[in-house]
Structures are given as structure tokens and as C-alpha cells.
Design a protein around this ligand. Structure first.
Ligand code: HDE
Length: 755
């Protein structure tokens, strides 16, 4: 007798395979027709046919209808086809042997659809993976014509541009508002070829020599064993590297300042970082550093704001750029240059111009405006444009040349190299976003993803078959000719110039140039980041670095870490501060600023309407925040809520106003309380409104309201009469007072060590 049941199963299977098979008349026996299987599931009435879907009117985030043509249809024709153009009758069901039967390999449409989908992603950028971009135009002022022959910098010349902003460390899907450096890369499609200015929002870099780039990036990226933390510098490997490799001190200090957490891409400065060499029509040369100055000023989030934003709206900067452009609040930057004589030493006032960890203070070399950038159109397709754009510091035009900065030299190699693997071959310049607007007449041929159909037989030079064409250009016919700078013959060495060893004097210059509130933010940032490290020796080493910048900075961070503050090991220099480095103290335009208006159905809705109009007239964005979505008040001009108490969070708003109650002489709190039952939710008591107001207050934002709103503010614990808390009799009156505060970006007086 058979004991092992598995053997019985195997024997049965063998019989089925090798035996006589099914008995005569049984389905499966050759020649016997299989009767259709009866449907075993419960029959359902088919769903009613879907009504024709009319395209909805597109409404912007501010509640305003926008031009319908922004939503171009995804498909250009009426019928869906395969990639080969065959019309399709169905794209919802695989081809099957019967409704319940197996899917057939024959289904070419299924295979094409899935296969293409399987290959939709390309590798993300090895750094700067997370970004957002926009199209625009650059207009030369002509002021640079004296020092460069670059055609696009001549007076009045308009050049199309594409600008991509990015964070450095995070992956493609990471949050926008992390503490990090931001990329600011501009592609100028000039008449003489494409010029890329691939810069950052910080004017110095972590390293002086490109050979250290893999090191600094490996240290900053997530730990290789568990791949955390994402898009953060607050971890051991980062601080391990930057405290051992102290040339990173200057850049790290900028990261720990408010520059590391911009309010918006629109409120960031940009820097070319390296020194470039400009060449004039006579061949004369000048050294310059490029600067982008935002018309809206340089503004940041507070650290708590940035952290909240990363959770509630990880796309904050991307959304901000897109919405602003869509609303017609086109961001603008002036391009400027600091100009230095091209002396053999390539230094200026003792500062080594080839050291990318050093700035030249604007007080020593003012930034001279040479043109205006306006971003005026969003990309049509993120992948085709923002993802596939390929920048390269080697994309130069006649009149702009490189210097011997060793950091720049490595970049000149790296960008082309990385595009080849990221974009799958050497023909990425043929992608629409990368195509130069100047005529291209190269002899590059074939390769992966070649889309050109080249004609002729002689893609080589010299040739006679094409009559020697194409010919080579000279200086008078627009050739890009490398500047014949003298190169001093030396020994082959792996060394840096002596001045590259000064790692602390410029960080000190930066620290001394900060206002007290900015210093406080820096102290808090170091304290936060270092407290996130596990390794004690790394914290101690970081304190040593800080001691070499400033005693007070070191002592305050040491106190936060609960460690003793070491003494400086280098003499502390006393440089003259550079006020241009501070973000505090001026008044800036308000375009695109977002004003939240809290109300409910009992609020002064006519007042809300008036405030909305005034906000729009001032070029800002009003967002009405109500207990629920929908129409608050029908009337001739319906008032719509753009945010609800549940979807609104303080971080979205630059200022928050609370609507008063209609009619004279009413006690707001009483009026609202008495009607609370009618309206469901009550502004005064709602904890989400309290959170909104207290956060806005804590983050130094203007808050206020009108006609009784003080009751709501005081219910939220906001002291009446505190700096930047404004109330007025009418909505427009309150807005006027808030607007006056917004010009300074924040109510700086409100910050203290407790915030
Ligand atoms: Fe980059 N950098 N970088 N970088 N960089 C890249 O190129 C590199 C540096 C910057 O929006 C990569 O296409 C090296 C300084 C921006 O597409 C890569 C070194 C500055 C962007 C690369 C540096 C930058 C990049 C990754 C050390 C400011 C994003 C993907 C010598 C002046 C561009 C890519 C975009 C991107 C290499 C240092 C700015 C790998 C080797 C300094 C804004 O080629």
C-alpha cells in the first residue's frame, strides 16, 4: 500500500500525461467540442453608458478661470491608434480566449502598451534630481558689450531661455523645502549657439577641486546601507565629511543659514560660482562672476515652516513657480556681473578668483546689471522638458570662456558624461528642449536614438566630395575660439595653491555680516543638524570648526548639544562685514504673495470680496479659507472658498487676515457665537483656525483682521498689540496695514530665542 500521499498525486499526474487521456466523449479528448462554460458569477445589469465628458472649465488655484487653451488635448486626433498608427477598437480589455479564459500572447496592443510603460522612466540625475523649470526670455541691456562680444548680451537682444531650479541631495520625489543648496541652471538659446549658466543659489561650493565631488555627494546622500535619510544633511556621514574636509565650511555655513530654506524659487539669488573669462570684440579679456538678483528680493522660510511644508505640501516650490507663472506674476531676475581685471595671478584684493569656496564681497566689486530674465511660460510636458533638459558648463558662446578653476575643469567633463547615461546615448541634443536655436551643422553621426536622417556621403573633413563643405569659421565669422591665455609651465603635481588652505576667514565674514535674527537661525540650524548625528566625535569636531568661525556661534551651538565649547585653533580674522549678504532690512515688492482670508458664512463677506479685489489689484494672491468648500455666498458675484479649515495650513500664506462680522457695533465673538449653530463650524472655536493663526504668528508673519476679528485672534492666544498684529475697521483697511508689513518679508521683531 502507498503510504506517501505525494506519490499518489505524482502518479495521477503521470497517468494524465502519459496515459490514454480523457475517456471518449469527455471534453479535452481530440475531436470532442468543449461546451461553453456556464457563467458562474452572479449576472449584473451592465453599467449605464457614460455620458459624454465635456472638458471642465479650468480654474486656477486662486479660483479664477484661466484661458482654456492651457489644457491642450493629450491626443491630436479623434481615434486612438497603436504606435504604428493602426486604429484600435478597445484599450480596456486584453485579448482572451473567452471572457474568463487565458490572455493570448498574440495581443500586440497589450504587449506594446505594457512594454512602453515598462520603460517610461529614465535614471534620475545623480545630483539635482528634484527640480522644476520654466520657459522665459532674457533681454540684454547692452551694458556688458564693453567687455564681451556675446551677441545675446547686446542691447535689446531677446533670447529664449529655459531655467531649471532644483535641490541637490534628494531623489526625484523628495520634498522641495528641505535644507539644501538649490540649483539655478539657465539655458540661453542664443543666435550663436546655446549658452548654459549652470549655477546655484549659494555663491561658493563645498570643494575646491572636482576630484572631491563623488566624496561630498556620497557623504550627503542617504546612508548606503539603509538609504536614509532622504534629502537631508542632518546625518553622520554628511557632518563627518564636512568637518574633516574643512574647505566645505563656508558652503556649509550658507546651508545652515536661511539661504538653505528658500521661500520660493522666485526669491532666490543665483550665482555662477566660478570666475568666468569674458572676451570682447578685440580679444581683450575680463574676469567676471555671474549673479542673478531676484526682483522680489531674497527670502526664506523659517525652519519649522520648511519642515511642516515638507509634509503638507512637498511640492511647495514647484507649485509656487507654476502657479505664479500661470497667474501672470512672472518672476524676474537681473543678471549681473562682478568685474575683475584679468591679471596673471587671477586674484582680486587678495582673494583667489580660482577658488570656488571664496566670494568677492559686493562692497568690493559691485554687481553690475547686464540683462533681465523673465519666466513667462510653464513647461507643456514635465518629462519632455524639465526631465530631459541637459545642461553643461561647456555650452559656451563666443565672448564667454572658462578659467582654470579646478572645480570647473571637472564639471566640463562631467555634464556631457552624465547625460550620455541618463539620456541613453550621445544624441540628446536632438531632443526638442535641448535643440539649439542656432543652426546646427555638425558631423556627428549615428548612435543610440539618432532621429536625424542625415544626407550625403561625406560626413568628414577634409573632403572633396562635398566640395570641402562645411567650412571652418574664424573670429570674424563667429567662431568660438578659446582664449590663448598663457599657461605657466610647472611640474605635474597633485597640489592646491597656498591660498586654498584658508578655510575660515570667509565663513567668519559671512557670520559677521548677518543680523542677530539671522545668526539665531544659524545657531538653531547647526544645533538641530548636529543633534541628529549619533557619533560624539563628529559633534566635537563640528564644534571645533565653529570655534574657528566665531566664539559666540560655537558657544551657543555647544550649549544646545550639551558639550563644552572648544577654543579656536586659528587666529580669528576681523573682516569688514558685507551687508549685501544679509536678507533682512530692506523693503521688497509683493508680487505673488499669498494672503489667506479666514471667514465663515457669518463673516463680513462683502468685506472679504473687497479684500480679494484689493489683493489682486496689488498683484498678490487671495485665498479664502472657510469651514467647508463650495460657494460661501451666492449673490451677483459668488464668493467661493479656495481652502477649507482642513486643507489650509499656515505655511502656504505670507499673511493671514480674519474677516470681521457685517454691520456696525456688533461684538464679533458674541455675534459669531450666537450663530454658531446655524453655520455648523465656528471660526472662533475651531482648533484648525487657532493652529493657522498661531503658526503664522510664530513664523513671524503679519496676522490681523477687521471689525471684531480681534476676538478670534485673542481666542487663538495672539496678544493684541504684538508686533505685526493688525486690526482695522474694514477689510481693505486691515489689508493696507498687512501689506505695509509684508514688504519686509517677516515681522522680524517677533523672533526671539523661544521661537
Ligand atoms: Fe553640478 N552636476 N557638479 N554643480 N550641477 C550636475 O549634471 C558636477 C557643481 C549644478 O537642472 C550633474 O545633468 C561636478 C557646482 C546644477 O539639470 C553632474 C561638480 C554647481 C545641476 C554634475 C559639480 C553645480 C547640476 C548631474 C564638481 C554650481 C542641475 C545631472 C566639480 C555652480 C542641472 C546633470 C539641471 C547637475 C556634476 C559642482 C550646479 C553629475 C562633477 C559648483 C544646477 O554632471
Amino acid at each position: 500500500t502507498e503510504k506517501n500521499p505525494l506519490k499518489a498525486v505524482a502518479a495521477k499526474a503521470a497517468e494524465a500525461l502519459h496515459g490514454d487521456g480523457p475517456a471518449d466523449g469527455v471534453p479535452g479528448k481530440p475531436g470532442v467540442k468543449t461546451p461553453p462554460v456556464e457563467e458562474p458569477t452572479t449576472p449584473q445589469e451592465p453599467l449605464p453608458p457614460k455620458p459624454d465628458q465635456g472638458a471642465p472649465e479650468y480654474v486656477s488655484p486662486t479660483g479664477r478661470p484661466t484661458g482654456a487653451d492651457r489644457y491642450l488635448r493629450a491626443q491630436g486626433d479623434a481615434y486612438l491608434t497603436t504606435a504604428q498608427g493602426a486604429r484600435l477598437p478597445d484599450t480596456d480589455h486584453s485579448l482572451k480566449a473567452g471572457a474568463r479564459g487565458p490572455v493570448l500572447l498574440q495581443d500586440h496592443h497589450l504587449r506594446e502598451k505594457i512594454t512602453h510603460f515598462d520603460h517610461e522612466r529614465i535614471p534620475e540625475r545623480v545630483v539635482h534630481a528634484r527640480g522644476a523649470a520654466a520657459h522665459g526670455v532674457f533681454q540684454g541691456y547692452g551694458t556688458a558689450a564693453r567687455i564681451t562680444k556675446a551677441a545675446f548680451l547686446a542691447e535689446g537682444v531677446e533670447t529664449p531661455v529655459f531655467v531649471r531650479f532644483s535641490t541637490v541631495l534628494g531623489s526625484r520625489g523628495s520634498a522641495d523645502t528641505v535644507r539644501d543648496t538649490r540649483g539655478f541652471a539657465t539655458k540661453f538659446y542664443t543666435s550663436e549657439g546655446t549658452f548654459d549658466l549652470v549655477g546655484n543659489n549659494i555663491p561658493v561650493f563645498f570643494i575646491q577641486d572636482a576630484i572631491k565631488f563623488p566624496d561630498v555627494i556620497h557623504a550627503g546622500k542617504p546612508h548606503p546601507d539603509r538609504e536614509i535619510p532622504q534629502a537631508q544633511s542632518a546625518h553622520d556621514t554628511f557632518w563627518d565629511f564636512v568637518t574633516l574636509h574643512t574647505e566645505a565650511t563656508h558652503h556649509t555655513l550658507w546651508n545652515m543659514s536661511d539661504r538653505g530654506i528658500p521661500r520660493s524659487y522666485r526669491t532666490m539669488e543665483g550665482f555662477g560660482v566660478h570666475t568666468f573669462r569674458l572676451v570682447d570684440a578685440e580679444g581683450g579679456t575680463t574676469l567676471v562672476k555671474f549673479h542673478w538678483k531676484p526682483k522680489l528680493g531674497v527670502h526664506s522660510q523659517t525652519w519649522e515652516e520648511a519642515q511642516i511644508t515638507a509634509g503638507v505640501d512637498p511640492d511647495f516650490h514647484r507649485r509656487d513657480l507654476y502657479d505664479a507663472i500661470e497667474a501672470g506674476a512672472y518672476p524676474q531676475w537681473e543678471l549681473g556681473v562682478q568685474v575683475f581685471p584679468d591679471n596673471p595671478e587671477q586674484t582680486f584684493e587678495g582673494i583667489d578668483l580660482l577658488d570656488s569656496t571664496k566670494i568677492v564681497p559686493e562692497e568690493l566689486a559691485p554687481v553690475q546689471p547686464i540683462g533681465l530674465l523673465t519666466l513667462n511660460a510653464n513647461p507643456t510636458n514635465f518629462f519632455a522638458e524639465t526631465e530631459q533638459v541637459a545642461f553643461h558648463v561647456g555650452h559656451l558662446v563666443p565672448g564667454i570662456d572658462v578659467t582654470d578653476d579646478p572645480l570647473l575643469a571637472g564639471r566640463l567633463f562631467s555634464y556631457l558624461d552624465t547625460q550620455i547615461s541618463r539620456l541613453g546615448g550621445p544624441n540628446f541634443a536632438q531632443l526638442p528642449i535641448n535643440r539649439p536655436h542656432a543652426p546646427v551643422n555638425d558631423m556627428l553621426r549615428d548612435g543610440m536614438h539618432q532621429t536625424a536622417v542625415h544626407t550625403g556621403t561625406a560626413p568628414y573633413k577634409p573632403n572633396s566630395l562635398d566640395g570641402g563643405c562645411p567650412f571652418l569659421a574664424g573670429a570674424d565669422t563667429g567662431a568660438f575660439i578659446e582664449t590663448p591665455v598663457e599657461v605657466t609651465q610647472g611640474r605635474k603635481v597633485r597640489e592646491a595653491p597656498a591660498s586654498y588652505s584658508d578655510h575660515f576667514s570667509q565663513p567668519r565674514l559671512f557670520w559677521l555680516s548677518m543680523t542677530p535674527v539671522e545668526r539665531e537661525h544659524i545657531v538653531n540650524a547647526y544645533t538641530f543638524e548636529l543633534n541628529k548625528c549619533y557619533e560624539q566625535p563628529i559633534k566635537e569636531r563640528a564644534l571645533q570648526v565653529l570655534a574657528n568661525i566665531d566664539t559666540e556661534l560655537c558657544e551657543q551651538v555647544a550649549a544646545g548639544l550639551g558639550l563644552p565649547a572648544p577654543q579656536a585653533t586659528v587666529p580669528l580674522a576681523e573682516p569688514a562685514p558685507s551687508p549685501a549678504l544679509s536678507q533682512v532690512g530692506a523693503t521688497w515688492p509683493l508680487d505673488g504673495r499669498i494672503i489667506g482670508i479666514v471667514t465663515d458664512a457669518q463673516g463680513d463677506l462683502d468685506g472679504v470680496r473687497a479684500v480679494r479685489e484689493a489683493v489682486l489689484d496689488a498683484g498678490m494672491v487671495p485665498l479664502v479659507i472657510a469651514p467647508t468648500g463650495g460657494v460661501l455666498d451666492a449673490g451677483a458675484e459668488p464668493l467661493q472658498a479656495q481652502r477649507t479649515f482642513a486643507t489650509a495650513r499656515s505655511v502656504e500664506f505670507d499673511a493671514v487676515l480674519v474677516a470681521g462680522v457685517p454691520g456696525p457695533g456688533k461684538d464679533a465673538l458674541g455675534a459669531r457665537d450666537s450663530k454658531a449653530g446655524d453655520a455648523g463650524l465656528d471660526v472662533v472655536a475651531d482648533p484648525r483656525v487657532t493652529l493657522l493663526l498661531t503658526e503664522a504668528f510664530r513664523h513671524g508673519k503679519a496676522v490681523g483682521g477687521w471689525a471684531g476679528a480681534d476676538a478670534v485672534l485673542s481666542a487663538a492666544g495672539i496678544p493684541a498689540g504684538a508686533a505685526g498684529v493688525v486690526t482695522a475697521d474694514s477689510g481693505p483697511g486691515a489689508l493696507e496695514r498687512v501689506t505695509a508689513l509684508l514688504g519686509a518679508h517677516r515681522v522680524w521683531e517677533r523672533f526671539g530665542t523661544a521661537l
